[in-house]
Design a protein around this ligand. Structure first.
Ligand code: GDP
Ligand code: MG
Length: 441
């Protein structure tokens, strides 16, 4: 896949401009990439539409190839869609005791994630945490949570036979209040498919405890299913965030994009293994790279940026080598120097230029002159700036007067221009190009 995308972008590279057809061709491949990453079809379609209008509307940057430009737009748009409001790992759990309701299909990783999150809250955030299993259908599920609790050093609600899910939830709330817990986590039962009885049960639990967070746990390896599950749970129960599990597997993370697009709810955590510390804060950049199926695509974008800077430097050096260092160039140099703390500061930054410093001081290039020199250049006509050799004695007088200075000041400036012009030509020829590139990159 990576190769196919690369191929398309190479083809685009050979052309000068980013036409609508170019964008379409590239995005056809991106669409395939999204579908292969398990992004649901409607979401992929919508995403492509959004990127298409963005890409076609944007001006082509000369030093970035059209292909790279499409890559950057796609990558940025992915991150944009994946990022929810607020910090990914944040949970609203002040005001103890706060209930966290864990919902999702059976086997999605609810119980495991409950243990991981409890460990994180108890450890990193120093919260007092209580866990309770509401899975009355499988006694083994309750024991599973108790074992995890013992393993991570978090209390679990004692198991009482014959209670309903709502009764357990209420008992957990009572115990959390009496025991001075900050957080109590409710691990609900899941079914293989969404069913009405289960939904009703979770709704009743929700109403009984009014959870501060309702986290939907979804298997990151499922694409289309994840979207349906998210829609259903969000519609019926109302979720506050998503945890994507099994992201340590081969999954391409398309489910993340689908769920963000469909529910608009933030993805908060990512499960990356069976162990209790395999829970990470969601990072949109990582998933974006994964969906595109290539970390190197990001590198490519970064390289494009470097290329831009290198090309700017090269363009300037080419001008200098051709002796095209006129008064406009000198003025922009002088202005640049003002910004960068004067000539001395600038020369100090350029490798191999320390030797030149003495000469520059001799030439009277101290920083207080910069302003006056710029004023002199400003009083020249456009033609004179492009070719200072045109300047006659009478014009010199007028220009100096215009800047409130003497003709000798102007002569010094002209001499300085000639010196710098020569100096620049030398740098251009003697490997100074690399030095300058190094400075800009
Ligand atoms: P539940 O039915 O939703 O409670 O799912 P469980 O928590 O019992 O998890 C089902 C299986 O998935 C177990 O074998 C877990 O170890 C495994 N599992 C859960 N989360 C992850 C994960 O992030 N990565 C991997 N590789 N396995 C996971
Ligand atoms: Mg379970």
């Amino acid at each position: 896949l990576s190769e196919r995308l690369g191929g398309v972008f190479d083809r685009l590279t050979k052309q000068g401009a980013l036409s609508e057809e170019d964008v379409k061709t590239a995005l056809r491949e991106v669409r395939v990439a999204l579908l292969e990453a398990d992004v649901s079809l409607p979401v992929a379609r919508e995403f492509i539409k959004k990127v298409q209008s963005k890409a076609t509307g944007s001006a082509v940057t000369k030093s970035i190839t059209p292909g790279q430009q499409v890559v950057k737009i796609v990558h940025d748009a992915l991150i944009d869609t994946l990022r929810g409001e607020g910090e990914p790992g944040d949970l609203k759990i002040d005001n103890p005791p706060a209930a966290i309701l864990m919902v999702g299909l059976q086997g999605s990783g609810k119980t495991t994630t409950t243990g991981k999150l409890a460990k994180r809250l108890a450890g990193r955030e120093g919260k007092k945490v209580l866990m309770a299993s509401l899975d009355i259908y499988r006694p083994a599920a309750m024991e599973q949570l108790a074992i995890l609790g013992a393993q991570v050093g978090v209390d679990t609600l004692p198991i009482v036979a014959g209670e309903t899910a709502v009764q357990i939830a209420k008992r957990a709330k009572q115990q959390a209040t009496l025991g001075g817990y900050d957080v109590y986590m409710l691990d609900t039962a899941g079914r293989l498919q969404i069913d009405e009885t289960l939904m009703q049960e979770v709704e009743d639990v929700r109403d009984a405890v009014e959870p501060r967070e309702t986290l939907l746990v979804v298997d990151g390896l499922t694409g289309q299913v994840a979207v349906e599950v998210a829609e259903e749970f969000d519609g019926k129960i109302g979720i506050s965030g998503v945890v994507l599990t099994r992201m340590d597997g081969d999954g391409r993370g398309g489910a993340a994009l689908s769920m963000r697009a469909v529910t608009g709810k933030p993805i908060k955590f990512v499960g990356s293994g069976e162990k209790m510390d395999a829970l990470e804060t969601f990072e949109p950049e990582r998933i974006a790279g994964r969906i595109l199926g290539m970390g190197d695509i990001v590198a490519l974008v970064e390289k494009a940026q470097e290329t831009l800077e290198a090309e700017q430097a090269e363009r300037m050096m080419r001008r200098l080598q051709k002796g095209m260092f006129n008064m406009n160039d000198l003025r922009s140099q002088l202005e640049q120097m003002q910004k960068m703390g004067g000539m001395q500061g600038l020369m100090g930054m350029m490798p191999g230029m320390a030797k030149m410093k003495g000469k520059i001081d001799q030439a009277g290039l101290d920083d207080s002159l910069l302003k006056r020199q710029i004023a002199l250049i400003n009083s020249m006509t456009k033609k004179e700036r492009a070719n200072p050799a045109l300047l006659q004695a009478s014009r010199k007088k007028r220009i100096a007067a215009g800047a409130g200075l003497e003709v000798s000041d102007l002569n010094k400036l002209l001499k300085q221009h000639r010196q710098m012009s020569d100096m620049m030509k030398k740098i251009g020829k003697k490997g100074g190009l690399g030095a300058l590139k190094g400075m800009l990159g």
